[in-house]
Write a new protein. Structure first.
Length: 132
C-alpha cells in the first residue's frame, strides 16, 4: 500500500505531533500573557494540555483544563468564541503554510484518572484483593 494512504489506526504522523506540540506551546504563551482578557479566563488559569491536528494540518482540536477544573464549560465556550482572534495570533508565530482552525475542548483525562484511582483504593476493591 502506498504511504500516502495510511490508515487512521496507525496514529498521528511525526509532523502532526511536531506541529501540534508547537501550537500547544504558542497557545500557552498567548493565553498566559492575557492578551484576550476575560474575567473568567483570568481566574481560571487555562492550561493547554494537548493539541491534536488533522492530517492536512488545517484543523486542530485544542484540549484545555484549568486549575481546579472550575467553570470548564464556560471557559471552553469563551475560547471557542474567540478562536478567530487566537488563530490570528497563532498565525503570526506558527511556521507552517496554513494556520489551522481551532476547536477547544475540555480535557477530562485528569478527572477520569482521579476517579479510577479512587475506585482502586476503595474498600470494595481492597476486599477483592485480600481474597486472593
Amino acid at each position: 500500500m502506498p504511504r500516502s494512504h495510511k490508515s487512521s489506526s496507525q496514529g498521528p504522523t511525526q509532523r502532526q505531533l511536531r506541529v501540534g506540540e508547537e501550537i500547544r506551546h504558542i497557545l500557552s504563551k498567548i493565553l498566559s500573557r492575557g492578551d484576550y482578557s476575560h474575567p473568567l479566563l483570568e481566574e481560571a488559569s487555562v492550561i493547554v494540555t494537548e493539541v491534536r491536528i488533522s492530517p492536512d494540518l488545517k484543523h486542530a482540536k485544542v484540549f484545555i483544563t484549568s486549575l481546579g477544573g472550575k467553570n470548564m464549560e464556560a471557559v471552553v465556550k469563551i475560547l471557542n468564541e474567540t478562536s478567530y482572534q487566537l488563530r490570528n495570533s497563532l498565525g503570526r508565530t506558527l511556521t507552517i503554510k496554513y494556520t489551522p482552525h481551532l476547536q477547544f475542548k475540555a480535557d477530562t483525562s485528569f478527572e477520569e484518572a482521579a476517579k479510577i484511582a479512587t475506585l482502586l483504593h476503595s474498600e470494595h476493591v481492597a476486599q477483592d484483593l485480600k481474597k486472593k
